[in-house]
Write a protein that binds this ligand. Sequence first.
Ligand SMILES: Cc1cc2nc3c(=O)[nH]c(=O)nc-3n(C[C@H](O)[C@H](O)[C@H](O)COP(=O)(O)OP(=O)(O)OC[C@H]3O[C@@H](n4cnc5c(N)ncnc54)[C@H](O)[C@@H]3O)c2cc1C
Length: 463
Amino acid sequence: MTSTQHIKKVKFAIIGAGSAGLTAWNEIKQVTDDYVLIDSGPLGTTCARVGCMPSKALIHIAEHYHSWHEAASLGIEMPAQPILHSDQVFERVRRFRDRFTSGLIANTTDTLTEQHFITGRAVVFSNGEVHVNDLVIVAERLIVAVGSKPIVPDDWLENLGDLALTSDTVFELDALPNRLAVIGLGVIGLELGQAFAQLGVEVEGFDAQAQIGGLQDPICNDFMQEYVAQDMPIHLNQQVVPLREQNQVKITFSDGEWVGDKILLTLGRRPNNDWRSESLQDLNIDPQTLQLGDLPIFVAGDASGFHGILHEANREGKTAAQNAINYPETRGRCNLTPLAIVFSHPQLCRLGVAFSDLDLSATIIGTFDLNCNNGRAIVMDQDYGRIRLYADKQSGRLLGGELAMPSAEHLGHLLAWSVQMQLTLNELSNMPFYHPVLEEAVQNVIDTMLDEFNAVHGLAKNK
Ligand SMILES: Cc1cc2nc3c(=O)[nH]c(=O)nc-3n(C[C@H](O)[C@H](O)[C@H](O)COP(=O)(O)OP(=O)(O)OC[C@H]3O[C@@H](n4cnc5c(N)ncnc54)[C@H](O)[C@@H]3O)c2cc1C
C-alpha cells in the first residue's frame, strides 16, 4: 500500500466485462448492490469486437461473392464479372461490429456509475486485494473473466511489423492483400483463410500438425484437407518461420518457398494471465467449480483455458457467479455435451465424445459420404462431405460424431441435443425424416449403425 492508493471494500469484484464477465455480472446484480465490475478496455467483448461476429460478417460476404462463380453451372449467364469493392467489404464488417459492440456497451457498462464500474487493468493478490490504477479493492469474492489473446511469438511481430495480421487486426483492413499466408489452420485460421480465398485472394495455409479445423476423426480430416486444397493450397506438418524481406513475407517450407504481401497468424489463443500476481501463478483452476486453488476466486470464460468458445464462456460466467455467491459452498458446473462448429466451407462440427477418446472396440462407427445418394445435396450442388457418428456398442446410445458438410451447424445441433438426451440408435431411427433433406444422410448412417447394433445383439434387422 502506498500513500497515494485508495481503498474500496466490496463483497464481489468481477474482473473483465466480456461475455463471461457480463454473464456473471447479470447473476451478481440480482442478489446485491455490493459489487464492482472492472475492465481494462476496449469494451464490447471479444465475440462482438474481433471474434465470432466480425468473422461471420466477413464469411457471409465471401460466400455470396464466391457463389457468383457457380452461376454458370446452374445455367445462369452473368453479363460481367462481379466487382468486389474491398473497402466496402471491410466497412460493412466494421459497421456490424460497431452495431453489436455499441448495443452491448449501452446496455451494460454504460448503465453503471463509478461506484460499480472501474476502467483499468486489474492485478489480483492472494489476500483478496485487487490493484487497479491507484485503487486497492478489497473483495470478499472474486470472479475473473479476463479472456484470451492470440498467440504470436514476439520476435515474429518485431520482424514482420505491419505485414503480420492477427484476428485482432485483420478486420481493420481496407484493401484485400494479393497473396496471403495463413499460419495455423485451426478453427480461426481455416475460417478466415477460406473467406479470403473466396474473396479472390491467393491464400496458402501452413500448419505444424496434420489436422485442420480442429478435426480429430481421420475420415473427416482427410476429406476436408482434400476439399480445402482445391481453393487454398495447404502445407501440413510444417513448422515454418515467416521472415520479412523488404515489403514482402517469405516462408520456406519442405516443398518450397512462399512469398506474399501479408501473413495471418492464427496459432491459437492463450488465456490472459497478467491478472495473477506472483503468489497466484502456480494455482490450478478446478475444471468443475472454476475455483482457483482454495481461494474465493472463480475463473470463467477463455481465461479458464477450458473451452475457448462463446456458449461455454457464458455457462462458466454463470457457474463462477453462483459459486461466488454461495461460497464456501461450491457446485460443479452443469456439463453440456461438447459442441464446436467451424464456419468453413463446407462447415465442420464436432460433438459429444471426441474420436481420440473412443474405445474403438466398444463403439459402433457409422460413415456417410455425401457424394452417395442424398438427393437434396445433389440438386443443390452440395454433394460433398462426410458424416461420422459414434454409438456405444452395448447400449446403442449415440456418443458423438464429426461432420464435414454443408449445414453442419444445424445438423450438429440436432445430434448434440440427441447425445445430451442420451438417445439410442433405435430411438433416433424412429424419428421423422422429411424428404428430400440433408437430414436423410443422418438417417442413413443411423440405420446402418442400427443394423450393426442389432447384429451384435442377435436382434432382428431394422426395417
Ligand atoms: C476470430 C474469432 C472468431 C471466433 N468465433 C467464434 C465462434 O464462431 N463461436 C464461438 O463460440 N466462439 C468464437 N470465438 C471465441 C469467442 O469469441 C470467445 O470464446 C469469447 O468471446 C470469450 O469471452 P470471454 O468473456 O472469456 O473474454 P472476452 O470477451 O475477451 O472478455 C475479457 C475482458 O476482460 C478484459 N480484461 C483483460 N485483462 C484484464 C485485466 N487484467 N483487468 C481488467 N480487465 C481485463 C478485456 O478488456 C475484456 O473486455 C472466436 C474468437 C475469435 C478471436
